[in-house]
Design a protein around this ligand. Sequence first.
Ligand SMILES: Nc1ncnc2c1ncn2[C@@H]1O[C@H](COP(=O)(O)OP(=O)(O)OP(=O)(O)O)[C@@H](O)[C@H]1O
Ligand SMILES: [Mg+2]
Length: 281
Amino acid sequence: MSLFHHHKKEVHPDSGPLLHIDRVSISFDRPVLRDVSFQVRHGETVALMGKSGTGKSVLLKLIVGLLKPNAGKVVYRDRDVTTMNEGQLLALRSEMGFLFQGAALFDSMTVGQNLELFLVKHTELSAPEREQKILETLDIVGLRDAVDKMPSELSGGMKKRAGLARSIVIEPDLMLYDEPTTGLDPLTAASIAEEIVSLQQRLGIASLVVTHDLPTAFTVADRAVVLNEGFVVFDGTLNDFVSSNDPFLREYLSASQLDRARHDKIIKAIEQHSAPQEVTV
Ligand SMILES: Nc1ncnc2c1ncn2[C@@H]1O[C@H](COP(=O)(O)OP(=O)(O)OP(=O)(O)O)[C@@H](O)[C@H]1O
Ligand SMILES: [Mg+2]
């Protein structure tokens, strides 16, 4: 029997958003996020984009409570993250998975031991249950044979997969990805993007994916939120994003060399490749 008990998470149509960023502002030596609002609904994948230094990673840190905003709220399942104490934050982090920039594996432990440590910290599973869970999770990301390998023995793409396995082993409701495909060759990047889609489809996990990589955004996301100078300058479907006449968005897209023709090509390739149930672009 599978230990992934919620193979597809139930979504009640009338339930509120899973995550609500509500008028969040934060400043360091200068304002970084300014009155930022958007939502991630149950089971939905949102791509978060914008130029370097515009506050994308800061936003992810606010969501897991590693930073506190100067104003506004981060509401996860009706609970305000910004007012949680350390104990509540620890519990919250057992419901979210995150893959931050740079894979967070301990180098002195095997892949299996890395997952084991995470399960011990965040769940009450028994040792045999943990073992089964670890193998099942590695199976999902295609790394079952790497259970006894050290991180240093893995390629860059395999490390990302192992990091992904570590994040999903606790069955999160929300996954946060910070540049999951940066630094990978295009084929490996595409396979990681497909892995994200597969997690969403098989397990119903909602995701917020920070990415500069437009093919990745188009592969994984239902919606895009674009930040510029700390403001949300776009929130909508990827189709509306590429069709927009807004000068900033046009510049961002052309800098990313994503014109209509390339966009259509990518979409065609994705459709042929993975037959997604719902590419809204
Ligand atoms: N803990 C901190 N203390 C002070 N300043 C910070 C802190 N974290 C981030 N910043 C600043 O906030 C700004 C936004 O940083 P952030 O890491 O969110 O950018 P980003 O959008 O993720 O960029 P990139 O695409 O390069 O990863 C930067 O100017 C950064 O220097
Ligand atoms: Mg960043």
